[in-house]
Design a protein around this ligand. Structure first.
Ligand code: AMP
Ligand code: MG
Length: 443
């Protein structure tokens, strides 16, 4: 059992009124069991197209999973479509009828007559018990291909899959698993990542490697198929090592880690604190940091200093500097960070000042120009970013917040690198390495 088709049934899904979360959930679960979803289909509540799709699915796949359309109302046609695809009649399943009656009885209600339809199963098929609702699922084999029709309500569908479908698929997969690992990078473009990883991304390899892009973050996905979880993990480890070798310290984390969580981990490790001074991001860095549980162990808080007045009064940016350089300038970014570090008494401070648009740009300072600043024990650093004058405001702000976090992450990573090198040299009897800051960057 290797290839599955997943079919989501519902006119509301076709119209975009309900977001199809069931397919994604099922695809992920099946992948974990070593079964790849090779088609995702969405079909309306219409008998003929649904029966047609079912026949095609059964011919092409090793496993077909449907969700939706098992309700008691006129528009729920999945059971009729299964019967039509099999060319059989529906018959009432006595046990299911009993369970539906009991479901209503437990709630002190009489079973409405039209619910009887939910106990009808195509001849030759089996009902699957629904622990949470009234609609039993249905198992049939169309030309020998197992097809499971599950309810549309997500928690009912999930419970039924876990209890009745997973054991069968697991058994058929005989220990085969597909495991996935995600590595997140920043500060590089998707095409740079693609170029660096080209040999690993060639088609037909196991593990297979692909990328997805989000605002300022490129994720490398590695999928390993193997006969045991241990072998899959070994394949993932080896691919991860190759990806890291090729992408260096642009890789900031893995799986559920975020830039903020990684920065916080490193700060907590060395018992250091952080504060922020944000202008165009209006508190987004603070939000990204405080999204992480336990962030208070390192993050003290910060200032949202949007106006020049607050840049002066809260952070001590000199009026003359603002007049001479403009609020969006390297000097102001650096001074904001130093001001926050001094006034909020933190070991590190991050700052952002930039032009998020859509208005307010000029030829010298276009929309998308952002300076991110860092103050810390090693001195200040500023990075100038140009995110593009046609980029949407929200994207510029998010990229700016992430660029600031990345500036600190790299400073912390490189500091650790320097400390390790210094330790080596000390052991070898050489003097400490100097820590240089040139052009406002750590080297
Ligand atoms: P049904 O089994 O088609 O009567 O669906 C019952 C309810 O489950 C619908 O009203 C939707 O709210 C929800 N639902 C159906 N299909 C999906 C799906 N693919 N993803 C998420 N929710 C769904
Ligand atoms: Mg429906």
């Amino acid at each position: 059992m290797e290839r599955a088709w997943i079919i989501a049934v519902g006119t509301e899904l076709m119209l975009g009124q309900t977001v199809d979360t069931n397919t994604a959930w099922l695809a992920e679960r099946l992948a974990g069991l070593g079964v790849r979803a090779v088609r995702h289909l969405t079909v309306p509540d219409e008998l003929a197209p649904l029966a047609d799709v079912l026949r095609k699915a059964a011919a092409a796949a090793d496993l077909v999973v449907l969700t939706g359309g098992l309700g008691p109302t006129e528009d729920d046609l999945t059971r009729f479509a299964l019967a039509r695809a099999l060319d059989v009649e529906l018959k009432t399943d006595a046990e299911s009828l009993e369970q539906i009656r009991a479901f209503f009885a437990r709630r002190g209600r009489e079973m409405p007559e039209h619910n009887v339809i939910q106990a009808q199963i195509p001849e030759g098929g089996q009902a699957i018990r629904n622990a949470w609702g009234t609609a039993p699922g249905i198992r049939v084999a169309i030309n020998g291909t197992p097809c499971y029709a599950l309810p549309g309500v997500p928690h009912e569908m999930q419970a039924m899959f876990e209890r009745h479908v997973r054991p069968v698929v697991q058994e058929a997969a005989r220990g085969r698993v597909l495991r996935t690992r995600r590595l997140h990078c920043t500060g590089v473009s998707e095409s740079q990542v693609g170029e660096a990883l080209a040999p690993l991304m060639r088609r037909g390899r196991n593990p297979d490697v692909g990328t997805t892009a989000e605002i300022g973050v490129i994720t490398v996905r590695i999928n390993a198929l193997a006969d045991s979880p241990e072998t899959a993990d070994q394949r993932l480890d080896s691919a991860e090592q190759q990806v890291r070798e090729r992408l260096g310290d642009s890789v900031f984390g893995r799986d559920d880690q975020t830039l903020a969580s990684v920065v916080l981990e490193r700060l907590i490790d060395r018992k250091a604190t952080l504060s922020t001074a944000e202008s165009c991001t209006g508190g987004m860095i603070g939000t990204l940091l405080t999204d992480v549980p336990g962030s208070s162990r390192a993050y003290l808080g910060g200032a949202v200093s949007y106006s020049n007045d607050l840049k002066q009064s809260l952070l001590g940016v000199p009026k003359e500097m603002l007049a001479r350089e403009g609020a969006v300038s390297e000097a102001v970014a650096r001074t904001m960070a130093e001001g926050a570090r001094g006034r909020f008494k933190s070991d590190y401070a991050l700052s952002v000042t930039g032009i998020a648009g859509p208005g307010g740009g000029s030829p010298a300072k276009p929309v998308g120009l952002v300076h991110v600043g860092l103050a810390g024990p090693e001195g200040p650093a500023v990075r100038t970013c140009r995110f593009g004058s046609d980029a949407p405001r929200q994207a510029i702000r998010m990229r700016a917040a992430r660029a600031a976090l990345n500036l600190l992450r790299l400073a912390l990573v490189r500091r650790r690198g320097r400390a390790a090198r210094a330790q080596c040299l000390r052991t070898a009897g050489t003097a400490n390495l100097p820590i240089k800051v040139s052009n406002g960057r750590y080297v």
